[in-house]
Design a protein around this ligand. Structure first.
Ligand SMILES: NC(=[NH2+])NCCC[C@H](N)C(=O)O
Length: 415
C-alpha cells in the first residue's frame, strides 16, 4: 500500500490524520484571538471530549486514526540526530531572534526527554515566565522583549486541530502548503519533518507544492474530485498564483495523474475562508453548498498547455455549477444540497458553524456537527447516512469535521 493514497473526496476512508486539541487552547487570550484566528476561547476539557467522540465515530466505521503528535514523536525517535535540527528550526520560525534567547529556549525544550511531551510543548507555546529561573542570571534582551506582543516567547498553535490545512493529500503525493497567516505557517513544520524523515513516509510521498514557495495555498481549498481532476478554491487563503504553480508542478510530474484543475473563485471573507467552508462532496452525485456563494462564484478550467510546459491554459466555465461538476465527474447529473435548505438566516447561521463542512467517509456517509439541525435533517431526508458529533466547543475555532481531518488513505471509488 502507498503511504498516501487519496483520489476522491468520498472513497471509503481507511486512514486519517487528526490532532487532539491540547494545551495550546489554554494559551488563547482575548487579545490574541484575532491574530490566532479564533472567535472565542473553547473550554479545553469539553473540546477534547468532543474530539474523542469524533475519533470514535471514525474508528467505529473502520478508519485507522493517527495523530500528528504521535507521527512527529515517532519521526524524532527514528532519527536521533534530528531533534537538534528540529528544535533549531522551530526556534527560528517562532521568531526568537537573539542568540541568548535561542540558547535558553533550546535548553528548555531539550530538557524534555519524552519526544511526545516535547512535541506537545512546541504546540502549546512557551510563556516567558516558564523560563524565568534561567533568565534571572542574564540581562533581558531588548530585541526580544520589544518585538514580543505578548508574554509568549513562542506563540501557541491553536489551529493545529484543523489538520486539513497545513498539507493536502493529492493522489499519492501532497501539497505541503505555505499558509496565509504567520500563525499557521509554523504548523507546516511538522508535516515537513514527517514526510522527509518518518520511516513510513520518507521517500514515499511526492511534493507538488512546498512550504517555501512564495504564494499561499491551504488544504481546506483543495478537493480531489477524482483521480485526474482537482477543485481548488481561490479564497482568502489560496492565491491564484499558487494554483497556477501547483498546476504546472502536477501537470509535469511523471507520477501525478491530475490533468485538470477547476479553480473556484469564492468571495474573500472570514465566513468563507476556504472552499470547504461553503462546498463539500457527500456522495458520488451530491454536494453540500452554501447558497451565499452561488451568485458570485466563478469557475475556471486549468489544463496543460501542449505547446509550452511552462504555461497552463485557463478558460472560464460559463455554465451552472451542477452541470460543470457532472461533466468533470463523468456522470449524468449532480445534485447540490443547499445549507439549511437555502433559508437565508438559517443558512448563514449554520454555515458559520460549518453546516456545509462535512467529512465524507464513504459514498453517502458523512460526519457532521450535531448543532446544524436544519441542514442535517435535510441531508437525512436526501438519503444520506448522517453521523453527528458534538460541537459546542470545537466550533469556536471556525472549522468542522472536514477541517479537522486529513485523509491519508481512501479506497478507490467505482464510478
Ligand atoms: N479547512 C478549513 N475550513 N479549516 C478551518 C480553519 C479554521 C482556523 N481557525 C483558521 O482560520 O485557519
Amino acid at each position: 500500500m502507498t503511504a498516501i493514497h487519496v483520489t476522491s473526496e468520498i472513497g471509503k476512508l481507511k486512514k486519517v490524520l487528526l490532532h487532539r486539541p491540547g494545551r495550546e487552547l489554554l494559551n488563547l487570550t482575548p487579545d490574541t484571538l484575532e491574530r490566532l484566528l479564533f472567535d472565542d476561547i473553547p473550554f479545553l476539557k469539553v473540546a477534547q471530549e468532543e474530539h474523542d467522540a469524533f475519533a470514535k465515530i471514525l474508528r467505529d466505521n473502520g478508519v485507522e486514526v493517527v495523530y500528528l503528535e504521535d507521527l512527529m514523536a515517532e519521526t524524532l525517535a527514528a532519527n536521533p540526530g534530528l531533534r537538534e535540527q528540529f528544535l533549531k528550526q522551530f526556534i527560528d520560525e517562532a521568531g526568537i531572534k537573539t542568540e541568548k534567547y535561542k540558547k535558553i529556549v533550546y535548553d528548555f525544550l531539550n530538557s524534555y526527554d519524552d519526544n511526545k511531551e516535547l512535541i506537545l510543548k512546541t504546540m502549546e507555546g512557551i510563556n516567558v515566565n516558564e523560563l524565568d529561573s534561567k533568565l534571572r542570571n542574564i540581562e533581558n534582551s531588548l530585541v526580544d522583549l520589544v518585538s514580543d506582543e505578548s508574554n509568549f516567547i513562542a506563540d501557541p498553535m491553536p489551529n493545529l486541530y484543523f489538520t486539513r490545512d497545513p498539507f493536502g493529500s493529492i493522489g499519492n503525493g501532497v501539497s505541503l502548503n505555505r499558509m496565509y497567516s504567520v500563525t499557521r505557517n509554523r504548523e507546516t513544520i511538522y508535516a515537513e519533518y514527517i514526510f522527509d524523515h518518518h520511516p513510513e513516509y520518507k521517500g514515499q510521498v511526492d511534493k507538488y507544492f512546498d512550504r517555501y514557495n512564495p504564494f499561499h495555498i491551504e488544504g481546506g481549498d483543495i478537493l480531489n474530485l477524482n483521480d485526474h481532476v482537482l477543485a481548488i478554491g481561490i479564497s482568502q487563503r489560496t492565491q491564484a498564483d499558487a494554483i497556477e504553480m501547483i498546476a504546472k508542478n502536477l501537470f509535469s510530474h511523471k507520477d501525478a495523474k491530475i490533468d485538470t484543475i477547476l479553480a473556484f473563485n469564492i468571495p474573500n471573507s472570514r465566513a468563507f475562508m476556504h472552499l470547504d467552508t461553503v462546498f463539500t462532496q457527500i456522495d458520488k452525485d451530491k454536494f453540500t453548498v452554501h447558497p451565499g456563494i452561488m451568485g458570485p462564484l466563478q469557475v475556471f478550467e486549468i489544463t496543460a498547455d501542449p505547446d509550452n510546459s511552462n504555461e497552463v491554459l485557463v478558460k472560464e466555465m460559463n455554465d451552472k455549477l451542477e452541470n460543470i461538476l457532472a461533466r468533470y465527474l463523468g456522470i449524468p447529473k449532480v445534485e447540490l444540497i443547499m445549507c439549511a435548505g437555502g433559508d437565508k438566516i438559517a443558512a448563514e447561521r449554520e454555515q458559520w458553524n460549518d453546516g456545509s463542512n462535512t467529512l465524507c467517509i464513504a459514498p453517502g456517509v458523512i460526519v457532521v456537527y450535531e448543532r446544524n439541525d436544519v441542514t442535517n435533517a435535510l441531508l437525512k431526508e436526501k438519503g444520506l447516512t448522517v453521523l453527528e458529533m458534538p460541537s459546542a466547543e470545537l466550533s469556536r475555532g471556525r472549522g468542522g469535521p472536514r477541517c479537522m481531518s486529513m485523509p491519508l488513505v481512501r479506497e478507490e471509488v467505482e464510478w
